[in-house]
Ligand binder design. Structure first.
Ligand SMILES: [Zn+2]
Length: 368
């Protein structure tokens, strides 16, 4: 299993890197194609500008998807299939992917229309953009369990009333009331397991993948959910949203600098010239890559704190180790990645580090 995980992650890194490279290349070609003197005049007002943004984005998005399609199929379908992580039939995988692309395409369209409307109206567009994107993140977090999950999973109430009572009691003890416990049919797609407490306030609920129910002991399920409740008790959803908002402000400020820099280089007729869209997209993509390790570092910290919370709540060390071992095996995690790999790519501390950290912690109920 250890070797399998190593090979899987090596291939995934190489192929995902290649896909990013191809995406950057297509965007760079878009920058080059949009530059140059022979261009129609920039529409000055809303309906015209919105239409040009729509057309630009549609062409660019189609080109990127077409160029990266083979790599996307290998990374998303062939590779996990070969390593036993996916058994979803091709047609269903394709349908899921089409749904995902439709949603992200729609979100990208709304995002760029908003950006260009702001670029046209104010030189401080980046402040307004960060504020609007922040509101978008909050909205997305609130509606995800209600609108997004059901598009990809069939959710049914947990039938095991014994386990349900145990988990609802756990939530009350954690001081994080939830609406109920739902089960998602992950086993139709994959063997990978997970559980989460999703939503905000009135939409907050526990969602267990059915793979968790079949592969984990009740103690281990309880630990997984205790960890998730820890995130809510610590206000991690809010903390991550605040960080994302701050990063968005930094990203859009830098994007403003680069847009002003690129204007004369690519012959753009001002900030709001939609011919600059490929350049803006390329800049935002690179800034997103630069910002990811910052968000990951913060995420690893709050993940470790959620482990602390869960152990204090459950006092169950064997369940903690059992759950982590099982998650690592089912999800084909690398238990001990290189330090650099972990710093750049990992949203959670690696499994071995999570266990070692708890073993070293004073005052925790630890006797392995
Ligand atoms: Zn977590």
């Amino acid at each position: 299993m250890g070797n399998g995980a190593r090979a899987y992650h090596r291939w995934r890194l190489i192929l995902s890197g290649a896909r990013l490279g191809v995406t950057a290349l297509v965007l760079a070609l878009g920058v080059w194609a949009a530059a140059g003197p022979a261009r129609p005049p920039v529409p000055a007002h809303w309906p015209g500008l919105a239409l040009v943004v729509l057309i630009e984005l549609a062409i660019l998005g189609f080109a990127v998807q077409l160029a990266t399609a083979p790599l996307s199929v290998i990374v998303g379908y062939e590779l996990p299939r070969r390593f036993g992580l996916l058994h979803q039939p091709w047609r269903r995988w394709l349908a899921d992917r089409a749904k995902g692309l439709a949603i992200s395409g729609l979100l990208a369209l709304v995002a760029f229309e908003v950006l260009y409307a702001l670029l046209r109206s104010t030189p401080r567009w980046w402040v307004a953009a960060a504020a609007i994107f922040f509101a978008g993140y909050v909205l997305q977090t609130a509606v995800a369990p209600v609108w997004l999950f059901p598009l990809f999973y069939r959710l049914t109430p947990l039938r095991d009333t014994g386990l349900q009572d145990r988990l609802l009691t756990l939530a009350r003890r954690a001081g994080v009331p939830v609406l109920g416990v739902w089960v998602g049919d992950q086993s139709r797609k994959s063997r990978t397991a997970n559980g989460t407490v999703a939503g905000l306030g009135r939409t907050r609920r526990m969602i267990l993948w059915d793979t968790l129910l079949t592969q984990f002991t009740p103690d281990e399920i309880e630990f997984v959910l205790a960890h998730e409740l820890g995130h809510h008790a610590h206000g991690d959803v809010r903390r991550m949203l605040a960080l994302q908002g701050a990063l968005a402000l930094g990203k859009f400020w830098l994007a403003d600098r680069f847009l002003r820099l690129g204007g004369p280089l690519w012959g753009l007729g001002g900030l709001a010239d939609p011919a600059g869209l490929p350049w803006l997209a390329l800049v935002l993509m690179v800034l997103g890559l630069v910002a990811a390790p910052i968000a990951n570092a913060y995420s690893r910290r709050i993940e470790a704190e959620a482990d602390d919370f869960a152990l204090a709540l459950t006092q169950n060390v064997p369940a903690f180790r059992g759950a982590l071992d099982r998650l690592a095996a089912l999800n084909l995690s690398k238990r001990r990645p290189s330090r650099l790999e972990e710093l750049l790519l990992y949203t959670h501390p690696s499994v071995d580090r999570r266990i070692a950290r708890q073993l070293a912690a004073p005052g925790l109920p630890l006797r392995p």
